[in-house]
Design a protein around this ligand. Structure first.
Ligand SMILES: C[S@@+](CC[C@H](N)C(=O)[O-])C[C@H]1O[C@@H](n2cnc3c(N)ncnc32)[C@H](O)[C@@H]1O
Length: 266
């Protein structure tokens, strides 16, 4: 979840999450989910890539460059004009360090090799995805031209070459993209409305296989997003859902015989 103005809906769900979510893998019965707790969610090992990416984040948090950014999604609760400083986007408009690090560990552990990211912004999270899938590739889509230019320059500066940047609207690109690139992970982080989220879920559903992973960001951003998350996790094809509050993960693994719905506190 991007750091942003907090609303009543989010506070209410955060309090509920704080009370009911499991911690540290305690009470997690599914062997696969328990393994994820050990190897990903509560894995405190240090990773060389993550130390390097911390430094990139620190530089972006100091970067006063101003971009004119077109808004393609459900609107911003944080920014009121279309002029945005990189340092403000780095502080309030992108995934937090903990969130990006969790994605990195998840991709690393599950060996995801084709990743689609909907919503690039300044491209810092994209670097985490790219570093985690060293032998694979990341395709990231962003509607705003200035952000695509900034993000691709950032990747170049950090010697990352396994990312394809696409400047387009999600709806115009995703159907063909999924047709040509069977993705192991689709990370949906933009256009946070009920309708758009369900559209992207249904598209992904038509192309999923046993190993496909879907991640929905900002599932408590609004009532519509929470309704979408509830509809998604109760879909009969879904065998496991993990709610981390800031984002939700969906699995289709057939070997998970009894449906698992977990809430974890990170
Ligand atoms: C929250 S930011 C992405 C943050 C990034 N994924 C991260 O983890 O830090 C969402 C981005 O999606 C873009 N976006 C939203 N809706 C879009 C759409 N329908 N088509 C293309 N881009 C869109 C916005 O311009 C914005 O830069």
């Amino acid at each position: 979840m991007c750091v942003m103005t907090i609303n009543f809906h989010q506070i209410k769900h955060y309090i509920n999450h704080y009370i009911v979510a499991k911690r540290g893998g305690h009470g997690v019965h599914s062997p696969f989910a328990f393994q994820l707790c050990e190897e990903v969610f509560y894995n405190r090992n240090s990773f060389y890539d993550l130390d390097a990416l911390k430094k990139v984040r620190a530089q972006l948090l100091e970067d006063r460059t101003e971009l004119i950014v077109e808004d393609f999604g459900a609107g911003s609760k944080t920014f009121t004009s279309n002029k945005r400083k990189i340092k403000d986007l780095a502080a309030k408009g992108i995934s937090s360090e903990k969130q990006s690090e969790t994605l990195y560990k998840l991709i690393n552990f599950l060996n995801c090799n084709t990743i689609i990211e909907l919503g690039t912004s300044i491209g810092l999270n994209t670097l985490y995805l790219a570093k985690a899938t060293k032998n694979g590739k990341v395709i990231t889509i962003e509607g705003s031209k200035s952000l695509v230019e900034f993000a691709s320059a950032l990747a170049k500066k950090n010697n990352i070459s396994n990312v394809q940047f696409i400047e387009a609207k999600f709806d115009d690109t995703l159907p063909t993209l999924l047709q040509n690139n069977p993705a192991s992970l689709i990370y949906i982080d933009g256009n946070h409305t009920y309708e758009a989220t369900m559209r992207y879920f249904n598209l992904a559903l038509s192309k999923k296989d046993n190993h496909t992973l879907l991640i929905f960001d900002d599932i408590y951003w609004s009532e519509g997003m929470t309704r979408a998350w509830n509809d998604i996790k109760t879909n009969t094809s879904v065998t496991m859902s993990i709610d981390l509050f800031h984002f939700g993960i969906i699995f289709f693994k057939e070997e998970v015989k009894e449906k698992v719905d977990l809430k974890l506190f990170l």
